[in-house]
Ligand binder design. Sequence first.
Ligand code: NAD
Length: 370
Amino acid sequence: MNDIFKLADDLGPLKVIHVHEPGIGLKGALVVDNVARGPSVGGVRMAADVSTEECARLARAMTFKNAAADLQHGGGKAVLWGDPKMPKQQKETLIRGFCCALREVEQYIFAPDMGTDEECMGWVKDEIGRVVGLPRELGGIPLDEIGATGFGLSHAVDVAQDFCDLKIEGARIVVQGFGAVGKHATKFLCEAGAIPVAISDSTGTIHNPDGLDVDALIASKSAGKSVTEYVPGEKLDGDAIIDIECDIWIPAARPDVIHEGNVNRLNTKLIVQGANIPITYAAEKALHQKGILNIPDFIANAGGVICAATEYQGAGEVAAFTAIEEKLRRNTREVLQTALQDQILPRDAALAMARRRVEQAMSYRRWHIF
Ligand code: NAD
């Protein structure tokens, strides 16, 4: 508990709630960080090694992410202790028990995260109704299927053209990770005239300087094949994706893939972060010094969370795409303009923008954070 008190600052957390029901082996925690902009949204993470402190840090990240995305939502997060691969009936009992215990905490809206999925959110809907990330049959918008985050990424790139020596038409793109984010980002950018020259997945890299056929790659990936089975192209190991010269480099796989030890290998004009924290802060500084424009994760990959907020309002896919386009363009421009004007890292500009938005919302409140 002391750790939580050490983490407390002028923004939050507002509430830290522990839930324990020995009868069903339920142990969990909810942290509502800040709700000045509206009820908090953040996923329920299920894992065997979760902690309240981790939950508080993730809740703060959601406060900033939601404010940076310009959503009328604060930040929160919940953690549930246990192996997410436990028998389904046991998992259902825990999820149902957890959300029932938090029924009265209207400042928190449930959402999926690592270890929980749409089906789990369906159980939450059945019990308490306050949830996003639902299956389509229950009014959910399947954000990975429609490519919400990749669509947002393509708009961030479009705006970035005004801030670096780059035109999407004919730009060579390199994409690390070809899952929900990587596939759709590639597809939307190809529709705008970009040419994918290298793509990797967990098995390796495929490279062809004349361009790769994105539709063929998506079809082959859907058939369960690796991107390296694509022809014609040179098959390379996964790490080689960092060295390939391009105009736009998109990390869309794992955290911390670019660090001080490899950042100087990148040969690109623009980086758009699809994955969460794919580049360390020290590496971002190095990129800034080299004049490589870098759009941080919580600005560039906000399409998913904007889609979830749209679902919560009861609107559909068309409204989600409209909101993603409008918000991604405005937020990317504001961040890049500030970074340029103040000669600071885009990440620092984005964090300052998010904090300012939260503090402005707090200034209208009688009590500061709720
Ligand atoms: P996904 O599981 O659909 O796809 C991940 C892809 O990365 C797969 O193709 C996998 O083969 C590949 N991969 C794994 N390890 C790799 C490695 N070492 N090198 C190259 N490729 C590797 O996941 P996703 O939903 O596309 O998410 C990707 C990243 O984006 C994650 O960091 C996620 O947290 C983040 N993100 C996703 C969304 C979303 O809407 N899905 C939104 C915001 C952020």
